[in-house]
Design a protein. Structure first.
Length: 260
């Protein structure tokens, strides 16, 4: 018949003593030292039979238990009757120091168990590095009237009223007709007075010219380009337009081509 031994792992001799006390369901304040000592020595013999390493701490505790056991086996001193008072040899219980060590060890073991449970609970929680969430924060729109005074509003209202008055007013438009033929002739005459048959477009304009006169001047230049009498170009981007005469004779333009 094969006998199997299953030994638990203990952190030290006090841990083994607490295990034996809890297993026997006895009070730590009243330890049956003889029974506990026998169980403790049996555990050490089992470890030696299984060739397990027995540290010096376990051996020191075994010696302490045997010392306490021997002290409890010794007879107590006799009772001395002194002036009608019962007097005993006030010797401390040899188990007292061991009991205090076990109480302290149990307290710290409970704290360690509680911290281990908290560590396990915390290990189930996963976190991430903090991020900048300001981009998702709601932005408050600026007040368009911030910094304005009541006088500014009154001025804006008066300006709007003036625009309404102008909008309701009427004006008569006079049509000033400019002959395209005459404007072409003016352009040709201006280019004749230029140097090297070249002229800048800005030279044809002046501040007193109305908008329709500028438009007719531009159309006259386009008509001359269409008839291949002049060539327009720019030296650089946004430079003034250079007009260059390419026609052989200035009087070669017939009245029929420019009769509008």
């Amino acid at each position: 018949m094969t006998v199997l031994y299953k030994l638990e792992t203990f952190e030290g001799p006090l841990d083994l003593l607490l295990h034996l006390i809890d297993k026997a369901e006895i009070s730590i304040q009243d330890i049956p030292i003889m029974e506990i000592t026998d169980q403790y020595m049996e555990y050490l013999r089992t470890m030696q039979e299984l060739e397990l390493e027995v540290t010096s701490e376990f051996l020191v505790m075994a010696a302490t238990l045997l010392s306490i056991k021997s002290k409890l086996l010794l007879p107590k001193p006799p009772i001395i009757d002194f002036d009608d008072f019962d007097f005993y040899d006030d010797e401390l219980d040899p188990r007292e120091e061991l009991v205090q060590r076990l109480i302290e060890y149990r307290k710290y073991k409970g704290i360690a168990q509680h911290l281990h449970e908290r560590e396990w609970e915390r290990s189930l929680i996963y976190s991430k590095e903090p991020e900048d969430l300001t981009t998702w924060m709601p932005t408050s729109s600026e007040n368009p009237l911030e910094g304005l005074h009541i006088a500014d509003l009154v001025a804006a209202f008066q300006k709007a009223l003036r625009k309404v008055v102008k909008r309701n007013s009427y004006s008569r438009i006079h049509r000033d007709e400019i002959s395209m033929k005459d404007r072409i002739r003016d352009v040709i005459a201006a280019m004749r007075g230029g140097q090297g048959n070249k002229m800048l477009f800005s030279k044809l304009l002046h501040e007193e010219m109305a908008r329709h006169e500028i438009v007719v001047t531009f159309l006259a230049i386009l008509e001359l380009m269409k008839m291949k009498q002049i060539v327009c170009y720019q030296e650089h981007l946004f430079d003034d337009i250079v007009m260059e005469w390419r026609g052989e004779e200035l009087h070669g333009i017939s009245d029929i081509e420019i009769n509008y």
